[in-house]
Design a protein around this ligand. Structure first.
Ligand SMILES: C[S@@+](CC[C@H](N)C(=O)[O-])C[C@H]1O[C@@H](n2cnc3c(N)ncnc32)[C@H](O)[C@@H]1O
Length: 224
């Protein structure tokens, strides 16, 4: 994202739903004057710790009601972040309102193989959940198109690990939505889901381990 947006020194950059600041930190290292905002105070604490001495303004706040003036940022980004705010239209309007230059936004696309896997365990699919409505180019265009001239590129994110079990351990420890699913299963279902999930990951062998693909859209925009 940072490479594609090529920040010149001093550009005012807002990273929305910044999490632990992965994009904010890279943008600041590239010379941008960065603000990172996230609704979760624990994420912002993590971001501050990771940023070390970099002069990034990390703040707690909601993507649906950003506490900034109109047109106050040259670049607005959100990487698999603002899609999680429940009111999509309000979020899109805010990303438009505070921006005066470029937009960078990523959204997960629906994945039929994962839908089948979750469905087998009586789970609603992640794709049936609200954030994944963003995964259609037409929807992105409808919500963000009034503010930005958009380009939408289908891309693949690849999660690499030594084994399917390693990926399972990562997700079941580090991903809150995945953990919440597991917590809702009885022991037997959880164990069967565990085996099926590891088998799914092992279906993507690469070198000595696995490389599990997820499709997403990279959305870039210029403020109208
Ligand atoms: C998958 S993480 C992505 C974090 C970061 N952008 C990254 O790429 O590492 C999603 C983030 O969205 C944040 N988030 C969810 N709803 C939000 C909202 N309404 N406003 C701001 N942040 C929100 C969560 O707290 C979480 O940090």
């Amino acid at each position: 994202m940072v490479a594609r947006l090529e920040p010149s020194a001093g550009v005012r950059w807002l990273d929305v739903a910044t999490g632990t600041g992965a994009v904010a930190i890279r943008a600041a290292q590239a010379g941008a004057a960065v603000t990172g905002i996230d609704i979760a105070p624990a994420m912002i604490e993590g971001a501050r710790a990771k940023a070390g001495g970099l002069p990034i303004a990390f703040e707690v706040g909601d993507a649906q009601a950003l506490p900034y003036e109109d047109a106050s940022f040259d670049v607005v980004t959100s990487v698999f972040g603002a899609i999680f705010a429940p009111d999509h239209r309000a979020t899109a309007a805010e990303l438009g309102r505070v921006g005066r230059g470029r937009l960078g936004f990523t959204v997960w696309q629906p994945d039929e193989r994962l839908q089948e896997l979750y469905g087998r365990f009586g789970q609603d699919t992640p794709e049936g959940r609200e954030p994944f409505r963003w995964g259609r180019a037409r929807y992105v265009e409808e919500l963000l198109g009034p503010f930005y001239e958009l380009s939408v590129e289908p891309r693949t994110w690849v999660l690499k690990g030594g084994s399917g079990q390693e990926i399972w351990e990562l997700w079941s420890k580090a991903a809150p939505p995945f953990k919440a699913r597991l917590a809702g299963m009885d022991d037997e279902t959880r164990e069967a889901f565990h085996r099926a999930y590891v088998e799914y990951c092992e279906g993507f062998p690469a070198g000595d381990g696995v490389a599990v693909p997820r499709e997403y859209l990279l959305v870039l925009g210029d403020r109208r």
